[in-house]
Ligand binder design. Sequence first.
Ligand SMILES: Cc1cc2nc3c(=O)[nH]c(=O)nc-3n(C[C@H](O)[C@H](O)[C@H](O)COP(=O)(O)O)c2cc1C
Length: 358
Amino acid sequence: MSKPKLTLADNFLQLIRENIPSAEFRHESLAPMARLVDFFSPWQPPKSANRTLEFADGSIPLALRTPLVLAAGAAKQARCLSAFASFGFGAVTVGTATLRPRKGNPLHPRVRTVEETRAIQNAMGLNNPGIDTLVRRIGQARFALSSEGLLVGISIAEDPDLLPDESPDQNVLACLATAYPESDYLELNLSCPNTGHERLDHAWDRIRRLLGEVSEFREKQAVKKPVWVKLSPDLGDDFLATALDSVRTAGLTGAILFNTWPAAHGAWPGGEPLPELPELGRPGLLGGLSGHPLYAHTLDRIRQANDLNTGLSLVGCGGVETGGEASGLLAAGADLVQIYSVLAFRWLAARRIVAELG
Ligand SMILES: Cc1cc2nc3c(=O)[nH]c(=O)nc-3n(C[C@H](O)[C@H](O)[C@H](O)COP(=O)(O)O)c2cc1C
């Protein structure tokens, strides 16, 4: 895929990356930056960008102002949420949230940009203020969110530090119960590579049971909201089919392809060797990679998932930098496209991607 043409503002972003070396600080500045952009340069999407999604699992349809969603991890604190509408998004995923607050991995830095490949290496380790705080902040932003027409989803995961005798499934279900009323949709993050904890999407029996329990919980609610399951990009062909089949059998909405690429593989998805990467977050941890080198793999897997005709809603996430790439995922069968890393490399990336969708 070709490099997007750099504008003066993109070069300004590069200047910021060079002069503010803490990528985590830059990452935390995203929400205030969104507020500034919203104040100085409010924006409305073209009508052609509107999407209404209907789902085979019978969950309520979602009407989005654009098919671009801010991927989980960027709004970990749920601050300045409504301002992300002016960035160009149709929805923002808050979190990943856990039942209790988490500091994340102890050693800093926990995130860095890999300039040569326009990628990000991160090992944050699910830091978040806990689901109660996040839900309260979303509640406080509801009026502004509704006026902007911006949807908010919540990504939840099992807390890797369970209390003695705490059931892992009950931990997830308790987080879900708090998140559910305040979210337009939910994401179940089964694939965080950064906590030193077994990734759930490698334990199929456990997953099937958990997905069934999540589905059961949802059946008891007055409103059936969409629930997507977020998977890791390193699932082999058979395992992707198994994972999608598990989501379909449980009766959930669909899957997000994908989370970050585990750097421990030593190569990109296509086999190209990774550059030398430092340990991040905790000794021995290389974390997950995101950004442009993942795009070809994301597209390939969305095609493959679409060919399986599961009836699931697919969300493409990984490496998207341009409207052409976002259109590629939508044409291949994705209902929505999520982005994150490109925000570090392309000024107002989401707004420009929406304009480029045509
Ligand atoms: C710094 C950082 C933190 C992230 N945190 C989360 C997270 O908490 N939960 C999650 O599901 N994905 C998280 N992700 C993964 C993104 O949501 C997304 O799946 C991945 O970055 C691929 O998309 P991209 O290439 O557009 O960045 C994080 C990514 C980055 C770069």
